[in-house]
Ligand binder design. Sequence first.
Ligand code: GLC
Length: 605
Amino acid sequence: MRISKSKRLITIILVLILSACDINNQTDNDRGKIRIQTLADIEQAIQLMTLEEKAGQLIQAERSRISYSEITRYNIGSILSGGGSVPQGNTPEAWVSMINQMNAAALKSSSGIPIIYGIDAVHGNSNVKNATIFPHNIGLGAANDPDLMKAIGIASAKEILAIGVDWNFAPAVSSAQDIRWGRTYESYSEDIQRVSVLAVPYIEGLLSEGILTTTKHFIGDGYTTFLTGENKNLIDRGDVTMSKEAMLAGNLDAYIAAIDANTSAIMASFNSVNGVKVHGDPTLLTDLLRNELKFEGLVVSDWEAIHTIAPSLNEQVALAINSGVDLLMQPYNWKDVYKAIIYNVNNKKISQERLDEAVRRNLVLKFEAGLFDGEVLKEAGEVGTQASKKVAREAVAKSLVLLKNEAILPLKKDIKIYLTGPASDNVGIQCGGWTLRWQGETDSDLNNGISLKDALYEVLSAHGGSLVSDPNEADVIILAIGEKPYAEMHGDTDDLSLDGPLSLKDNLKAVEYVKSLDKPILTIMIAGRPLLIDPYLNDWDAFVMAWLPGTEGNGMTDVLFGDKPFQGTLPFTWPMSNDQASHNMNMENYNLIKHQFKYGDGIVP
Ligand code: GLC
């Protein structure tokens, strides 16, 4: 059993305390027929279920496109929130109320099987207002601290439980090989060994608090070739055009480690391998994942990913399920998918055995989430806790990478600083994509976060220093530049320069302005990947990469003023030019090529 004993005890106490609530007043005849108390009960449950009830359990619909009565009518197994899809008010209370009502509806279905709710809490519970937003994975790759990863898993789990959700679509174990990919920041590193070392403790942290995990995207998502992207994407959801053996050599270890760590589920990947879509490839989803890697958990498809694997919906559903998908993430056309499952089973395109195997994995997943424990009501908790913020602040400090320092760092706390640049004072930019909205926000005060400017002001004002508005009064200039928020294919780019399509509009203007001031310059980059700085680096006395640090901007000043040491090292190669964007430590003759910075670089004491 993966559910912690403390969670079970809390569950039992909750059931007793909440016995007055309506849901628990549902008399047995309000409830569907299935009762599951042990894993062994699952087999009997499957025998009792009709084809329609089984079909419903293989559906994951989006919360905004299904009613409570439809959850009942169709025995729906799972609901998800797409990025930014939140209940009115977006408070823990609103989430818990929504999920409790969904479960009340599910218990009234003919099967009476509760739903399981999944979200992308990929850097803290980043859908939720006032939640703590942790650094994105690329920064955690730079921190390269397994103990920290476990702490982040635990802290994130607490803020997921606070809204009544049991299942997180994380971690991504993508090992991005070309930083023009819009999901580079969701990748810990170009080095699969660093990915494996960091993903495992994060999984352990989530599981230890009772949150189920999803290791994704199986397999090869970071290995697609530039200009092969799906639907005119430059690279996202593209084709892996190297040998399958070479792709596996760069990806498999993270899945082996995650399976060994008992990851609850695996999400299939949009990409194809040598022209064959993963979602329709039984050699990967069954032969490799099940027969070789012995993964016994659930495989969930990605968002409408089956639509590209076969001509008709009936064929897409049959191919996906027969290839090894157990739960179909079909946010909008879930009713048609429900009918397609029934059609395919009735026409022997999906065997009864395969259907039952998929249902079994869904029921085991829910059992592991403790969802059959007395159909407990969820109770709202707290997000944005001081405990979470403390972990996030530590993560920010450990993620910063010092790449140049000509005697201006650590900063003294009583000096005059002139701060400028488009990334100076914007928490939304610090958080990046997958924050409140799928594509992120440029809300300067997002989730009560602390911007770089807020953090500098806090330290300087307490020690006799100040932020000055006249650069001529300044001892040091701090220049903050970077990227705007983006997610997935919207972050694909063919131009990593400071005035590229995803770079902040005023980067270059600020770079040119500070150069004219003839003062010591510390440049801080807040971005989801390395950007091209070769033309400017010589003008800077110090340079720090801060990645996408999230809401706890004071983690940056902890190291800038020397209260904590720099420990970050580059998890990705830093290119000199766009032509080097696909360069990484796995390539031949890597050390013979001049890059801006190498994988693993970073000035540490
Ligand atoms: C997205 C992503 C996946 C995410 C899913 C649900 O398209 O590929 O990482 O978990 O949809 O939001």
